[in-house]
Design a protein around this ligand. Structure first.
Ligand code: SF4
Length: 458
């Protein structure tokens, strides 16, 4: 039986703006003072190693805008935009591949967006050809692609499989017709089922569903019906995200304010239901803050062995890989730096036309940032910290170095969110719902609460 508590006083106290920590420092700290010559040096040092590679491709196009969407997209029905975009992607890949150590193998490939399946099957094959031309894949590569079940053909899945994809992530969000209408994303169950069937028939080893809680008209009852359907369809993994309301970044989200958005208390109740229903009878294991995987899934094993990692694409088992990303707005990550590509198509194209890297902003990490990044990452993945293990890993006396942060964390103990022992602490089941708040204690880049440009933690 779950020990989760949804306490409205806690909701009120901790529902503040805060980062999701897919990176530390968060992307809001990236700056355009960051220049290419400096980054080129870091990339060159990074390529003296033979660390594994994780490569990401951003395909920004979608035919219509889902009103909750927080991604960087180009909304168009003009499919003629696909091919020229691929030509620019190839130029970017060629430019970067010349700097990469050819011994480095790709252990993780991810296509996200936007909608990668906006591309035609032949365009998918073309991009696959470009990637295979410039990169060497490891035998056990984890190759995942985001799939929009709407406007999809079996031939798309055939092409994705042909070029090596073995994992698919289906955007679902909610099966309720009223919710779907309110978010401007009509996707009947049959479409999702058809996509799942094709993926399984064609040999995708793992299929994930993305769900979102906190959307208009969602109630405990309505979301329970969605969960019934999900459990019947039985995907291998689920990512269940909290809707991030950031209308100052995504103006279309203002449309949702005219509808009935669940309160923070209802959102937390929805999450509690999700956790209880999905983990019932050990069907799925709750991973980190927002993922669910089967008990024998490698994410579950990694969580158990404390080797789970968190990055821009969510939770992953490929932690020692550096992420090189391609396409408009894509973010890359090596141990010393993060950098992001130009966020609009014209500026992305113009940089490549001029023979420049399409860099727009980034961040160089100092030694202190790296200590904090590792601490936040371990907290969000392991839900506990052992001071001796952290001291060894970070090369500092952890309890002394973070004495102020640990003192700040103490205040959460009284609310039952964390439990200290002599050698460390554990996040409780209830504390897990507020993990972003706990992680914020180690963030020394946070703006005062009224000035934060993040979504709320609940
Ligand atoms: S399909 Fe995905 S990326 Fe495109 S608008 Fe909808 S949520 Fe955003």
């Amino acid at each position: 039986m779950s020990t989760l508590k949804v306490d409205l006083d806690l909701v009120q106290k901790y529902n503040v703006a805060g980062p999701r920590y897919t990176s530390y420092p968060p992307a809001t700290k990236f700056t355009d003072a960051f220049k290419w010559p400096e980054l080129a040096k870091k990339i060159s040092v990074n390529n003296e190693t033979d660390r594994d590679l994780s490569i990401y491709f951003h395909i920004p196009f979608c035919e219509t805008l889902c009103w909750f969407c927080g991604c960087t997209t180009v909304i168009t029905k003009d499919h003629a935009q696909g091919l020229p975009y691929l030509n620019y992607l190839e130029r970017e890949v060629a430019q970067m591949a010349a700097r990469l150590n050819p011994k480095r193998k790709v252990v993780q490939l991810h296509w996200g967006g936007g909608s990668p399946t906006f591309l035609t099957p032949d365009e998918i094959r073309k991009l696959g050809g470009i990637i295979h031309k410039y990169f060497k894949f490891a035998d056990n590569i984890e190759a995942g692609v985001e799939i929009d079940p709407r406007r999809l053909t079996r031939e798309h899945i055939v092409a994705l499989r042909e070029i090596g994809f073995n994992r698919a992530s289906l955007g679902v969000q909610d099966f309720d017709p009223q919710v779907q209408e309110a978010i401007h994303r009509i996707q009947p169950r049959d479409l999702t089922q058809q996509t799942l069937d094709w993926a399984r028939e064609l040999g995708f080893g793992s299929v994930n569903f993305d769900l979102i809680y906190g959307l208009p008209h969602q109630t405990a009852d309505s979301f329970n019906r969605t969960l019934d359907t999900v459990l019947e369809m039985s995907p291998d993994r689920l990512a269940v995200f909290s809707y991030a309301h950031v209308p100052w970044v995504k103006p279309a989200q203002k449309i949702l304010e005219q509808k009935i958005l669940p309160t923070a208390g209802v959102k937390l109740q929805l999450l509690k239901n999700v956790i209880e229903r999905l983990t019932e009878n050990n069907r799925y294991v709750y991973i980190g803050m927002d993922h669910f995987a089967r008990p024998d899934d490698e994410l579950t094993v990694a969580q158990r062995n404390k080797t789970l990692q968190r990055n821009f694409q969510g939770y992953s088992t490929r932690g020692n890989a550096d992420i090189y990303s391609f396409g408009m707005s894509a973010i890359s990550q090596i141990p010393d730096a993060y950098w992001q590509n130009e966020k609009e198509l014209p500026s992305y194209f113009a940089a490549l036309d001029a023979g420049r890297a399409p860099l727009t902003r980034g961040y160089l990490l100092n030694a202190e940032d790296k200590l904090r990044r590792e601490t936040i990452m371990r907290m969000m993945c392991d839900l506990s910290l052992d001071y001796a293990a952290m001291s060894q890993k970070l090369g500092v006396n952890f309890a002394e170095h973070f004495a102020n942060e640990l003192a700040a964390l103490k205040s959460f103990e009284a609310d039952g969110l964390i439990q200290f022992s002599q050698n460390g602490f554990e996040v409780t089941d209830t504390g897990r719902l507020f993990i972003r708040n706990l992680a914020m204690c180690f963030d020394n880049t946070l703006a005062p609460s009224g000035e934060r440009k993040h979504s709320r933690t609940i």
